[in-house]
Design a protein around this ligand. Structure first.
Ligand code: HEC
Ligand code: HEC
Ligand code: HEC
Ligand code: HEC
Ligand code: HEC
Ligand code: HEC
Ligand code: HEC
Ligand code: HEC
Ligand code: HEC
Ligand code: HEC
Length: 302
């Protein structure tokens, strides 16, 4: 009787242990695939050992979210592995500190993806950044908290993007722009830099959908639609900024005339004389240029 109970409970324990370890197991071959030098090296799982030689590199690290969570409140087996979750099994390194286990920056992306796959990073594998060899660790500095959020490798997002996209970021300094330099908006208000299904890595499928998230009143529907507005806001606006009023791609009269050459009054001086960069030009009278809901708003004058 007693023996049977023992066998049963042993069996129970076995089932529990197998279930548990399956749910949160670590792929032992992951690191050997990245670099064969990891073969045979075991997890040490003790940050104090690492710190005993690496206090210099880890003082800043201790102020990051990773450090706090992995040390104080690890939820998965991989988080419990601590330093070695990102640096791989290191017993052989401790026995012989001169032994190097370097991996490349794009291999680091695979390491990060162990915990950060899906969600906002769903389209990472097809992103232009990935294919241009701009990696997780190009934009993120995980060993040191340099930015107020998201562990960026520069102090601000604008500064980070400026390292490669000066043509775009310089527009943010122009006369008319989204309040990015003021810190009220980010490039990531419109872009998912980790990749997105549509063109331009936008947060929404099209640029108009992206604009509507904040400029809902432009969505309509209107009784009188202005065709180019429905089609693409970028026809008239440069969302990155411009030296014309309201981020227009050109002064508003020349803009309108690029499509509207005909019409009794268009080329008459008194109609477009107010068309300086700071004047209102055509929209002095065509005030509802994005569309009108007024029964007689067919010419967008009300
Ligand atoms: C006995 C001292 C010692 C211990 C313990 C130690 N390291 Fe190192 N580690 C070194 C030395 C020495 C270097 C080479 C430093 C250099 O080149 O500047 C190094 C280099 C590194 C590097 C950069 C090169 C590489 O191989 O990737 C990483 C990452 C690293 N160690 C992580 C760890 C981790 C994680 C632990 C704990 C599991 C650890 N180390 C424990 C001495 C140690
Ligand atoms: C979230 C992933 C991650 C964790 C966790 C992590 N590191 Fe790192 N570590 C990196 C990356 C990525 C680099 C290389 C790029 C860099 O310096 O940002 C690095 C670099 C290093 C280096 C080399 C610095 C140099 O100058 O070459 C050492 C040493 C190191 N880490 C030790 C540790 C120790 C010790 C811990 C735990 C206390 C730890 N790391 C935790 C990702 C991590
Ligand atoms: C073992 C799992 C694990 C690995 C590996 C890992 N992370 Fe994380 N990371 C986390 C957890 C957990 C959080 C906290 C998430 C939260 O706050 O909800 C986090 C948070 C972050 C944040 C947000 C930090 C903040 O201050 O808000 C960034 C950025 C980040 N990770 C980037 C990386 C990068 C880059 C790598 C690879 C070098 C990496 N992570 C590797 C688990 C991991
Ligand atoms: C081109 C630069 C860039 C690259 C490459 C990049 N990131 Fe980011 N990441 C950012 C920026 C900027 C933010 C903050 C804005 C945002 O959330 O989109 C961020 C935010 C994050 C966050 C925090 C999100 C949150 O909700 O707090 C995590 C986690 C993260 N990135 C992980 C990764 C991982 C993993 C990779 C590689 C697969 C990666 N990033 C590649 C720039 C980058
Ligand atoms: C290390 C350089 C680097 C950094 C930093 C960087 N990018 Fe890029 N980015 C590139 C490269 C390279 C491409 C590929 C296309 C190209 O050559 O312009 C690209 C492409 C893009 C695209 C176009 C995507 C498409 O589908 O057309 C957007 C949008 C973008 N980056 C936004 C950002 C934002 C926002 C930041 C800051 C959070 C940033 N990038 C940081 C190098 C960088
Ligand atoms: C108000 C929304 C918005 C903001 C904010 C924004 N962008 Fe864009 N961005 C767009 C749109 C829309 C496109 C065109 C996407 C397409 O191809 O359809 C674009 C395109 C791009 C491209 C592709 C090439 C090009 O020059 O058109 C890059 C690179 C880029 N943005 C970088 C940035 C950077 C860096 C920032 C921050 C300084 C930023 N964007 C802020 C909306 C925005
Ligand atoms: C994340 C929110 C957000 C998104 C998305 C957004 N905008 Fe804006 N937009 C703003 C804010 C905030 C202002 C500044 C309003 C103010 O200063 O009163 C603004 C102002 C503008 C202005 C007026 C600028 C001026 O100088 O008067 C135009 C034009 C504009 N946005 C066009 C666009 C276009 C086109 C898109 C899509 C490509 C877009 N916006 C997407 C938030 C957004
Ligand atoms: C046919 C050209 C054209 C198109 C297309 C266009 N706009 Fe405009 N937009 C203008 C003009 C002209 C002004 C300046 C109006 C003024 O000075 O009164 C303006 C002003 C704005 C402003 C600031 C003033 C206001 O009305 O709030 C915002 C925001 C704006 N547009 C958003 C958008 C969005 C979002 C789209 C796409 C859905 C879009 N625009 C498409 C011509 C256009
Ligand atoms: C990219 C081309 C384009 C631009 C730029 C543009 N429009 Fe239009 N506009 C159109 C089209 C297409 C129609 C619809 C024409 C039709 O139904 O015959 C239209 C219709 C109109 C109408 C109604 C015309 C009618 O016959 O009922 C007015 C008024 C108008 N636009 C004014 C403007 C003004 C003012 C501007 C500058 C702020 C402007 N448009 C910029 C393409 C454009
Ligand atoms: C002083 C006010 C005023 C100004 C300035 C003005 N318009 Fe008009 N526009 C009108 C009125 C009113 C109508 C309607 C006329 C009608 O129904 O006969 C109209 C009609 C139009 C039409 C439709 C033409 C048609 O045959 O029905 C177009 C296109 C147009 N305007 C474009 C422009 C452009 C482009 C500019 C700037 C160069 C401009 N307007 C400046 C008042 C103005």
């Amino acid at each position: 009787m007693k023996k049977k109970l023992l066998i049963l409970s042993a069996l129970f324990l076995f089932v529990v242990v197998t279930l548990f370890s399956q749910g949160s197991s670590i792929d032992e071959t992951f690191w050997t695939k990245l670099n064969p030098v990891f073969s045979g090296s075991q997890y040490v799982m003790d940050r104090e050992t690492c710190i005993s030689c690496h206090s210099l590199e880890t003082t800043a690290y201790e102020h990051t979210k990773h450090s706090r969570i992995f040390k104080l409140n690890p939820k998965t087996k991989l988080e419990k592995v601590d330093c070695e979750a990102c640096h791989g099994p290191r017993s052989a390194h401790i026995e012989n500190p001169d032994k190097r286990f370097a991996i490349t920056d794009d291999q680091y992306s695979l390491v990060c993806e162990q915990c950060h796959k899906g969600g906002d990073r769903m389209y990472w594998s097809n992103s232009l950044h990935k294919s241009a060899n701009v990696n997780c660790v190009t934009c993120h500095s995980v060993m040191e908290k340099k930015s107020s959020t998201a562990l960026l490798s520069k102090k601000t997002e604008l500064e980070l993007c400026s390292t490669c996209h000066t043509d775009v970021t310089s527009k943010a300094m122009r006369m008319s722009s989204h309040p990015i330099k003021e810190g009220k908006m980010e490039c990531s208000s419109c872009h998912n830099v980790h990749g997105a299904p549509g063109t331009g890595s936008l947060t929404k499928a099209t640029s108009n959908e992206t604009c509507y998230t904040c400029h809902q009143e432009k969505r309509g529907p209107f009784i009188w639609e202005h065709a180019p507005v429905r089609e693409d806001c970028k026809t008239c606006h440069d969302p990155h900024g411009s030296n014309n009023k309201s981020m227009l791609v050109t002064q508003n009269a020349s803009l309108c005339v690029s499509c509207h050459q005909y019409g009794g009054h268009i080329n008459q001086y008194r109609y477009n004389r107010v068309s300086t960069p700071y004047g209102n030009g055509c929209v002095n009278c065509h005030t509802t240029i994005h569309g009108s809901n007024h029964p007689s708003g067919v010419k967008f004058t009300r």
